[in-house]
Ligand binder design. Structure first.
Ligand code: IPE
Ligand code: MG
Length: 252
């Protein structure tokens, strides 16, 4: 896209922003936010939950149909036990205390990730939030918790292999589409915008299959500071990008 055109679009009022169909968000920088203030990392996680609530509010207000947030990766188990326990406690509290709000706002919640090893209480909460909101038709909120993209792809491959072994599917039928449908995202649209705060420019194993063509936006601000201006900045960058899907572009 020529620079003038990009600039022109960015300068337009929020009403003309291009709204992503599926936004993936890596909420990074909680620990550094706390460090910067001489506070324990757990304070950063507590503030991070407030930022997540703001994000959900913006997604609803601006009409983003699908939102997937990375809240705990399968690699995060390497952290000190106290920090992991604290994040789990926050997650439980978020799902429990905010369930009514989410439900009233017509939000459909799904939790992506490995449930083995989560503990039966957390598993029960996850099942409850998913079943209570199953018929909601507003924002689709996916929370990636104990999630890893490579593990998700391996699980999908195992699922399809079992179908082949059982004679319900031919090996030739293991196509990109079949694998896509075997992922947590199933028939959801692919993420078109992946946002990461906290200044690092990495995927960190988040939606690595689904985000093959997504626009990547990185913000330096730490997650607990995430506000509407950050959200709009991400949408402005997204609006200014031209997506060609391997073609040569030109018309929209
Ligand atoms: C993101 O913040 C939250 C989780 C991964 C649970 P971090 O805890 O990674 O914060 P930094 O990157 O250390 O600042
Ligand atoms: Mg981090």
């Amino acid at each position: 896209m020529p620079v003038e055109q990009a600039t022109q679009r960015v300068d337009q009022a929020p009403g003309t922003l291009r709204i992503p169909v599926h936004m993936g968000v890596t909420m990074d920088g909680n620990g550094r936010w706390a460090n910067q203030r001489g506070r324990p990392r757990t304070d950063g996680h507590r503030e991070g939950i407030k930022a997540l609530k703001r994000l959900v509010e913006y997604a609803i207000r601006y009409g983003v149909p699908y939102l997937t947030v990375f809240s705990f990766s399968s690699e995060n188990w390497r952290r000190p036990k106290e920090e992991v326990d604290f994040i789990f406690k926050l997650m439980k509290r978020f799902v429990e205390t905010d369930l009514q709000d989410l439900h009233h706002n017509n939000v459909r919640v799904r939790i992506f990730g490995e449930r083995e090893g989560l503990g039966s209480d957390l598993r029960a909460i996850i099942e409850r939030v998913e079943s209570v909101t199953v018929h909601n038709t507003g924002l689709n909120l996916n929370v990636a918790f104990n999630y890893g993209g490579k593990a998700e792809i391996a699980a999908a491959a195992r699922k399809l292999a079992r179908e082949v072994v059982a004679g319900r599917m031919k090996a030739e039928e293991i196509t990109e589409e079949a694998l896509t449908r075997a992922l947590y995202t199933n028939d959801m649209p692919e993420p078109d915008l992946m946002l990461r705060t906290g200044g690092e420019q990495r995927f960190s194993n988040f939606l690595i299959w689904q985000a093959a063509y997504a626009e990547l936006v990185f913000l330096d601000s730490y997650w607990p500071d995430f506000g509407e201006s950050d959200f709009l900045q991400a949408l402005e960058q997204f609006t200014a990008r031209e997506r060609r899907f391997g073609g040569i572009g030109g018309t929209k």
